[in-house]
Design a protein around this ligand. Structure first.
Ligand SMILES: [Zn+2]
Length: 66
């Protein structure tokens, strides 16, 4: 780890090489990159979405206002 700038792995906080030689940058290893990706998949970082069903919140016997 001496051929490039060293940063900090966002996943495990260990030193990681920030250079093309490290294909997993800014992570220190493939494992940390996969763990971070898994966090996204598990919904740890939830992206707010507009609920489309709020547009259909009218009583069924009343037409929606124009
Ligand atoms: Zn790491």
């Amino acid at each position: 780890m001496s051929d490039g700038p060293v940063g900090r792995c966002p996943q495990c906080s260990k030193p990681s090489l920030i250079a093309p030689a490290n294909p997993w940058r800014p992570f220190c290893s493939e494992r940390c990159k996969l763990v971070d990706l898994g966090d996204w998949m598990s919904g740890r970082f939830v992206i707010p979405v507009v609920r489309s069903d709020e547009l259909d919140d009218y009583p069924p016997d009343e037409p929606p206002p124009q």
